[in-house]
Design a binder for this molecule. Sequence first.
Ligand SMILES: Nc1ncnc2c1ncn2[C@@H]1O[C@H](COP(=O)(O)OP(=O)(O)OP(=O)(O)O)[C@@H](O)[C@H]1O
Ligand SMILES: [Mg+2]
Length: 435
Amino acid sequence: MVTTIVALSAVLAAGVLLWWRHLDGVIYPGQQVDPLAGVPAELRTAALILTDARHLSMMWPVLGLGSEGNWPNVLSAELIESGAVIDVQMVGGQKLSDWTNDETTDALAQYLGVPKVLVSQTSPGFLRVELRTFDTLAASVAAPSVESTGVDLEAVETGIREDGRLWLLRVLYAHILLAGATGSGKGSVLWSIIRGLGPAIKAGFVDIWMADPKGGMEFGRGEKLWVRFQWTADGILAMLTEAVQVMENRASALRSAGVRKHVPTTDAPLILIIIDEAAALSAYASREQRTEFERLLGLLLSQGRAVGVSVIAALQDPSKETMPFRQLFPVRIGLRLDEPTQTSMVHGQGSKDRGALCHEIPDTTPGVGYVGEDGTTEFVRVRAYWIDDDQADAIVDAYAPVPAVTSAGAEDDFDPSTFDPDHIPGEDDEQGWAA
Ligand SMILES: Nc1ncnc2c1ncn2[C@@H]1O[C@H](COP(=O)(O)OP(=O)(O)OP(=O)(O)O)[C@@H](O)[C@H]1O
Ligand SMILES: [Mg+2]
């Protein structure tokens, strides 16, 4: 037992030092320091407890998270923008759910005197305990004004992450599933992505094919920006059929060239198919149309990525009935959802224990969500830029490709065989130009 406490103290001392270092920089030999100087007031209780073996030896048994001689190890503590993060090693015999269940996280928050505690697993036996004193995503974030910068199609600026960094989203070589209850901000995520892609759209490297089965209401304002724009069942099916055709042509061209991935060019741009609320299609499509829709979508999702045909599907209800191919989306975004089961539908079984809490997002923070990607087990909490109607119009104006025909209107009826190079407008007209 003595060795345990010594080991624990050493670990805790290291933890304090780490915490302290993060705050203040260098300690001079012999200098009297308050090891918690600089810890924000709202985290002082937690810091005092977590850095004191006696306090911890009282806390763990009370919370049912350890017993004498068998305490969890507090490995490190770090201040972050939203509060603090503690790395903890569980004790043998514990289950992840012993830590992540709502009662335990609530009891930890009360004991440590912080508004919210979130626990997720970092690797088997190890946990990330976040003490959240401040929600960095509580305020909406206006989109920066339109720019003409380069765009990395595999890292498109869409908003901010809770750690303050930019939220960058993979669009090229990916498909994105975007689920969220009504009013959760799906529209703002889509407009943020379009804004992020803007310069590449204008330069001709990205074509947006928009399907708005809700009647073209929301995305009609961007008509100038979409290379295809459909809202009827037949129109959407024709558009997807065409996309499958392009996909197959590109795939055979790649095969014969022995190339694995298509790199978008202005001649063969990234085709980004956006479907806002696929389930709305079901409301008026026939059974045959729905079957055809699923067939085409299945083809695009399974074969489109490498050839530069990507799909973003936005859904209110992520159930199997509305979206049978959830596993074919390498990037999944869960905004506010009503039920924990819906979070699992988007992010997979056990995602709640790994930190995806879409069902706990309040309806006061539209645009907030959890992003999960194939290849990573962790989720990133993000907020999309807030794009109002005026900004959407500015995005459309700034990035709409310049039309090939310079002026519209009268020229539409122009018949080259009637062209008279000597004609002076008004001269031979009945009324005459001086009349
Ligand atoms: N990122 C955001 N930041 C701040 N406010 C937002 C954000 N996104 C959306 N909102 C607010 O929430 C409202 C609903 O957002 P939005 O229309 O994008 O939701 P939705 O998920 O598309 O809803 P629906 O399923 O009904 O189409 C917006 O009118 C706006 O006021
Ligand atoms: Mg919407």
